[in-house]
Design a protein around this ligand. Structure first.
Ligand SMILES: [Zn+2]
Length: 423
């Protein structure tokens, strides 16, 4: 009898614990994403670009629940955003950035030795600067640290552009077996990557040499496709045509490529991504902040500077090739975030592209490259409420892309500086 007072409560406690464990676990599921503003709001625009190469006038763009509902919305009983006097268009899309690349507190390129809290803030800041520069969607291709930012923006309303990421890139060499290459691609998918980024050449700073064969590229890009993912390949010289023939979706840089390499890629329907307006110029302007880390050497920087005119001529070759899909891709690293639009100016000044073609390369064409051609990059009913406005007319003065006065993403207004304001 003396054990009873102890025994009974023990049983009772166990039952309480077992009975409540499952409901408690269910209560701590991930917090749902905040809904987009219900609206409706109506944006008044007297001059707009539709993202597909057309100038459109006198629009009343209705936005509700994060989407464009109409280009001739009724004005009665709605909140009005008056952007008349500016040039209104779909938010820009940059298919190649490196949000993880940022300055540390000393002003130098951050390394893995940076305290994690400072790294996280630096990466988030890169996203914010990019959004303020008018880029409502970016594809960031190279580091696992970009995933938490993507998820915070997508799932928790954290301010920033819509982010797609490859996580760490996939890099093999001539000795890599097909199975090991496929395993690397599958691992990225399992880790949550949106696309696969593949290195087919070493950095331009260390010789731009091929690292894998066309057959190996076919294995990697084929595996990505089988998993329902896109592939993007960092390639120079004849690796450009190799990646195109291997069925990869997008080829970056293409420095030192021949006319035949470009024509091969165009015939294959590969998206091509030259850089002429920002990345190299930014490296040179900030050389002292980069030198001494990784492959950032004086010699490597000198090679990029020397060969920049070759990038211009490759870009000119691309835009002169009928049917080429020359998509917007800055390769922005530390110092370049928020200035992505400089690439438009480079396209016009150094590549011979028209302002309209340069702009659409970051709108409907970039959306296609991301496999999101029916969701973003176009000003039309049913598309995302990703809308920006520039002070000035970029068709007559491309430097207007530096003067982003309004940014809405998914129906949320992040910037509204007034038509005469600067950035
Ligand atoms: Zn890159």
């Amino acid at each position: 009898m003396s054990t009873r007072p102890q025994f009974v409560p023990t049983i009772a406690l166990s039952l309480v614990f077992l009975g409540s464990a499952a409901p408690l676990a269910a209560q701590v599921a991930p917090v749902p994403a905040p809904p987009a503003p219900a609206g409706p709001v109506v944006i008044l625009a007297d001059r707009a670009l539709d993202g597909r190469g057309n100038v459109v006038r006198a629009l009343r763009i209705g936005v509700a629940n994060g989407r464009i509902t109409s280009l001739a919305a009724p004005l009665k009983g709605v909140r009005v955003i008056d952007l008349r006097g500016s040039t209104v268009m779909p938010g820009f899309i940059d298919t190649h950035v490196h949000l993880d690349s940022h300055w540390d507190r000393t002003g130098r390129i951050a390394t893995e030795k940076e305290p994690p809290m400072e790294a996280a803030t630096g990466i988030a800041l890169a996203g914010w600067e990019t959004l303020m520069g008018g880029f409502t969607t970016v594809q960031t291709v190279g580091d696992p640290t970009e995933k938490p930012l993507r998820d915070a923006i997508r799932d928790h309303g954290f301010p920033g552009p819509r982010v797609l990421t490859s996580l760490a890139w996939v890099e093999g060499d001539s000795t890599s077996s097909d199975d090991s290459l496929r395993a690397m691609v599958r691992a990225r998918k399992a880790q949550g990557a949106d696309l696969i980024k593949i290195f087919a050449s070493t950095s331009q700073r260390v010789g731009a040499k091929p690292t894998v064969s066309q057959a190996q590229l076919a294995v990697m890009c084929g595996e990505a496709k089988a998993l329902g993912m896109r592939s993007m390949v960092h390639a120079y010289r004849s690796q450009v045509s190799a990646a195109a023939l291997a069925g990869c979706n997008q080829v970056e840089h293409a420095t030192y490529a021949s006319k035949e390499d470009i024509e091969t890629a165009v015939r294959a329907g590969t998206f091509l991504s030259p850089q002429v307006g920002l990345v190299v110029q930014n490296y040179i302007a900030n050389k002292a902040r980069y030198i001494g880390v990784g492959n950032y050497t004086d010699e490597g920087m000198a090679t990029m500077d020397r060969d920049l005119p070759l990038d211009f001529s490759v870009c000119r070759m691309m835009v002169a090739t009928p049917g080429a899909k020359v998509v917007f891709s800055t390769d922005a690293t530390a110092g370049a975030h928020g200035r992505n639009a400089e690439e438009f100016i480079g396209r016009v000044d150094h590549c011979g592209q028209t302002p309209m073609a340069a702009l659409t390369s970051a709108q409907s064409l970039a959306a296609q490259a991301l496999g999101m051609g029916d969701q973003i990059g176009t000003l039309a009913s049913g598309y995302a409420g990703d809308i920006i406005a520039l002070d000035g007319d970029p068709l007559t003065d491309i430097t207007a892309v530096r003067r982003v006065v309004f940014v809405m993403r998914g129906g949320v207004v992040y910037k509204w500086a007034g038509a005469k304001g600067g950035r």
